[in-house]
Design a protein around this ligand. Structure first.
Ligand code: TRP
Length: 456
């Protein structure tokens, strides 16, 4: 261990690391994105492919990322570089971490816009405007929000300000403790919404929609979307978990933490789906393929008809905002860690500069829902669609591919194995082979087929 790594801050307790990593993983991806992309890609077959992607590709890559961070204990770029010099490999491998920093910033730019929608809905919920709302008017008020660039811009700015504030203060300080009780609360509330919507909605149809696969409507593009979303939802492929792994207490197990984080993340996504779809199927005006508005058009209807719905709806959107907040922090942390480590700039100005840059790029996403709605890149993507596709379906899987190869072949075996000490030998062999062969091949295959299908 080098001198400067001793000074790296640590999460206070083992459990705090798991919560912080879960905080990064659980976010809009689980509650907002997963339900609507599942609906756009045909339901259960997509869910199954998604679960397989998590197990076969996501989990090994997550262990790889945490291993890099925990053994080198620097920013992602610094960590990759120390493994490179230990192994006498090419410094070009640091592209993994570089690309990851940029990917995180691009994701944050639009993530903040969507989180802004959530902030707006907090006010709507608490002011009682969901009371007795019809599906049609829920749709109308969502459309009205998207049509108002100034409102979107204000909420986008508020959310970016919240992110900047925490990251400027230092991630090990505030985040750990906040996440510690807010995450369990979010989960409890999701369960309540699930119970309610199962009660009033069409739970049977929702359940078979999500779990009875029909592979005839699964496209190559859907498989790429599932893989990309596995990376997005697990917060993989961009160094976030390397950055968090660097703050991991010495005695915590990488493999066990990874399994737990992946499990919790998947559970939240499935419960969110099961909470939303019974309402979707019980509402004639609402279709599974309604796109990014699905969450915002279905749940207000549920809260609006539920007794105590004003309070519950308000708390629900607060918690979704918190989940988004703990993710947005992890999206910018790798860049801040890197910049402050290398260039001798301090944390506050570095966070401010990067945050404002993200905010600026995010304006493109704000406008893509209204003034720029009709400008399409490659004849199919709005600005928002494009940054989403580029990051989730190209940059994250590619980052994951490089990470798997890096830990599979380049990192010195002894260093790698130190982090996998207490893993059962059979599982360890499986892990190494999936990093060396299975994950890279699958990612390469899915990406090539998916990209060809998307652009032809
Ligand atoms: N996992 C987050 C979510 O599901 C979003 C996300 C994607 C992310 N990549 C990340 C968060 C990297 C932190 C770090 O909402």
């Amino acid at each position: 261990m080098s001198l400067d790594s001793i000074n790296t801050p640590r999460w206070s307790r083992r459990f705090t690391f798991i919560l912080a990593a879960t905080g990064a993983a659980v976010g809009l991806g689980n509650i907002w994105k997963f339900p609507y992309i599942m609906g756009e890609n045909g339901g259960a077959a997509f869910v199954l492919v998604y679960l397989l992607c998590i197990l076969i590709v996501g989990l090994p890559v997550m262990i790889a990322e945490m291993t890099i961070g925990k053994s080198a204990r620097k920013s992602p770029v610094g960590s990759v570089l120390s493994m490179v010099s230990e192994a006498n490999a090419s410094r070009y491998w640091s592209i993994i971490a570089w690309m990851g920093c940029i990917t995180g910033l691009i994701i944050l730019s639009y993530y903040s816009v969507i989180a802004g929608w959530v902030l707006h809905y907090i006010g709507d919920a608490f002011s009682g405007s969901f009371q007795g709302i019809t599906p049609a008017s829920a749709g109308e008020s969502f459309d009205a929000l998207l049509a108002a660039p100034s409102t979107l811009l204000i909420w986008h700015s508020v959310f970016m300000g919240m992110t900047i504030a925490v990251v400027a203060a230092g991630v090990t300080q505030g985040v750990g403790r906040a996440v510690e009780f807010l995450m369990p609360l979010l989960f409890a509330l999701l369960l309540i919404v699930l119970a309610y919507s199962a009660w009033v909605g069409d739970f049977a149809t929702a359940f078979s929609y999500m779990f009875k696969p029909d592979f005839s409507n699964l496209s190559g593009q859907a498989v790429l979307t599932a893989l990309g979303h596995a990376f997005f939802s697990l917060a993989l492929g961009m160094g976030a978990l390397m950055a968090y792994g660097a703050y991991m207490p010495e005695n915590s197990s990488v493999a066990r933490s990874a399994v737990l984080v992946a499990l919790l993340d998947t559970l939240v996504a499935l419960v969110a789906g099961l909470a939303i779809y019974p309402i979707v199927f019980a509402t004639p005006d609402l279709a599974p393929d309604s796109g990014p508005g699905l969450l915002f058009q279905s749940l207000p209807v549920a809260f609006g008809s539920m007794s105590g719905g004003v309070i519950m709806g308000g708390i629900f959107f607060v918690l979704v905002a918190v989940a988004a907040w703990s993710s947005s922090i992890a999206l910018i942390e790798p860049s801040v860690a890197f910049w402050t480590e290398r260039k001798k700039i301090s944390r506050i100005p570095a966070t401010l500069i990067l945050g404002v840059a993200c905010w600026f790029v995010g304006i493109g996403s704000v406008l893509s829902f209204n003034l720029w709605k009709n400008y399409k890149l490659f004849d199919k993507f709005t600005f928002f669609d494009f940054v989403d596709f580029l990051t989730a379906n190209i940059l994250l899987p590619f980052g994951g591919l490089l990470t798997a190869i890096f830990v599979g072949y380049i990192v010195v075996t002894k260093t790698r194995d130190e982090q996998l000490l207490n893993m059962p030998p059979l599982l360890k062999t499986i892990l190494i082979w999936s990093l060396k062969v299975v994950a890279p091949l699958l990612i390469a295959l899915v990406m090539s087929v998916g990209l060809i299908k998307t652009f032809t």
